[in-house]
Ligand binder design. Structure first.
Ligand SMILES: Cc1cc2nc3c(=O)[nH]c(=O)nc-3n(C[C@H](O)[C@H](O)[C@H](O)COP(=O)(O)OP(=O)(O)OC[C@H]3O[C@@H](n4cnc5c(N)ncnc54)[C@H](O)[C@@H]3O)c2cc1C
Ligand code: SF4
Ligand code: SF4
Length: 379
């Protein structure tokens, strides 16, 4: 029988190798939660506080998005195939709701789908990420249309948040610890919006029957090249490099490149290569760009401005998108048949090329960490 890997191995293989994404999943879902076996410690990294209380069940190891023990199982469940996992259709779409259009990140498809689900009582709420500052966000269980609106988009027009001024900036929101609170709040039938690592952890929990992951009915996955984290020094370096004052940023977005919109309506496009230095180290070892296990994956990549690229993957994903579309909550890019086919192929090719590049980067990083040569270097 295969030996169970526990938090000890998780520490050695993930935390100490510098590829922990600080998602908080292992600590939040530790079976010995009541026994205080683990906690989030220094630098937001998980650690043992009472090793003797560890039940050695191995849940923490299995659900971590940076381990691969359950990969084959979830690949089988979701009919995964290279290069970007299974999907039924690709579309470029936008909201028909004026309010959403004004505040959304790309085409507002995410917020419109969530509003549709909530209005039709298909969910009681959604786990989203709400803006609290120019770069700061926090997890939120949105139960009303207003709360969903608060989470839409990536624009921020208020003054700098104290937390940002004193602490570090990050574009990552650790939403998994909030999943844990769903049961306590007697919520059922939830939707979740998350990065590939977060959706990966949710799928692993669902696969193992870890509560309360069963309450999540719909997963909307964001494309993700990387998330950023920068302290005061990195921020100053970036300001110098880009010749901008980050206090004047009102919106950030990633498509082909990193897009910064300033208070004076100027838009700056920064090649992704130039900002990798502020990527979270764990992200450089992450191989999923297109959120391969979500019901619906979304991003701005490939679509015209004001539209969201949508990959419809699972049966439930296709169902809710089609219902929302047919009831007029979202519309697709208006094109003739031939153009439409060509356009979809172009968008898909872009997604595939970003996915391949991210996989190669992860393979390279993991080989470096293991002191091995990459496949490319060997050949
Ligand atoms: C950190 C991050 C990295 C991304 N990287 C890429 C990329 O490389 N390429 C690409 O094409 N697209 C990327 N996206 C996706 C893109 O920015 C849009 O979110 C997506 O196109 C949906 O747009 P929309 O207008 O339909 O969404 P909206 O209707 O504006 O809704 C956005 C939803 O995203 C949620 N959200 C925002 N920030 C976070 C966060 N940090 N964690 C979890 N949920 C969050 C909000 O709660 C909201 O529900 C990324 C998004 C994020 C948050
Ligand atoms: S990536 Fe998440 S689950 Fe894995 S060790 Fe880090 S905090 Fe824990
Ligand atoms: S690149 Fe994105 S999906 Fe991967 S670990 Fe970083 S935040 Fe998570």
């Amino acid at each position: 029988m295969e030996e169970i890997k526990t938090f000890k191995e998780l520490t050695r293989e993930v935390v100490e190798r510098g590829i922990c994404g600080k998602c908080g999943g292992c600590v939040s879902f530790c079976s010995a939660g009541e026994l205080n076996a683990l906690k989030i410690g220094k630098n937001e990294l998980p650690q043992y506080i009472n090793e003797e209380n560890c039940l050695k069940c191995g849940i923490c190891y299995l659900i971590c998005p940076q381990t691969d023990t359950l990969d084959v199982e979830i690949q089988k469940r979701f009919g995964w195939k290279p290069p970007i996992g299974d999907f039924q259709r690709i579309a470029s779409a936008q909201t028909t709701n004026r309010r959403v259009k004004d505040i959304c990140t790309d085409g507002g498809v995410v917020t419109s789908l969530l509003l549709y689900l909530l209005d039709n009582n298909l969910i009681q709420g959604a786990l989203v990420s709400k803006k609290t500052g120019r770069f700061a966000r926090k997890a939120l269980i949105a139960r009303t249309p207003e709360e969903l609106m608060e989470a839409a988009g990536s624009t921020f027009s208020g003054s700098l948040h104290l937390e940002e001024l004193g602490g570090k900036y990050t574009t990552y929101t650790p939403i998994l610890s909030t999943v844990k609170s769903l049961e306590k709040e007697y919520l059922q039938d939830m939707a979740i919006v998350g990065t590939p690592c977060q959706i990966n952890a949710i799928r692993k929990m669902q696969c193992l029957g870890v509560l309360p992951a069963h309450l999540i009915k719909y997963t909307i996955g964001l494309f993700c090249v990387e998330n950023f984290s920068f302290n005061h020094v990195a921020r100053k370096r970036l300001e110098k490099k880009l010749a901008v004052n980050l206090e004047n940023v009102v919106k950030i977005n990633i498509k082909d490149d990193f897009i910064i919109t300033l208070t004076n309506d100027t838009t700056i496009h920064v090649p992704l290569d130039e900002i990798h230095e502020i990527a979270r180290p764990a992200c450089l070892a992450c191989h999923d760009f297109s959120n391969e296990y979500a019901d619906i994956s979304v991003g701005g990549l490939g679509s015209p401005d004001g539209y969201t690229t949508v990959l419809l993957r699972t049966k439930v994903g296709v169902e809710i998108y089609d219902e929302a579309f047919h009831k007029g909550h979202i519309r697709e890019t208006p094109m003739g048949d031939m153009d439409e086919r060509l356009e979809r192929t172009t968008i898909l090719n872009k997604v595939v090329s970003f996915a391949k590049a991210k996989r190669t980067r992860a393979e390279k990083r993991l080989s470096e960490l293991a002191g091995e040569k990459t496949f490319e270097e060997k050949t």
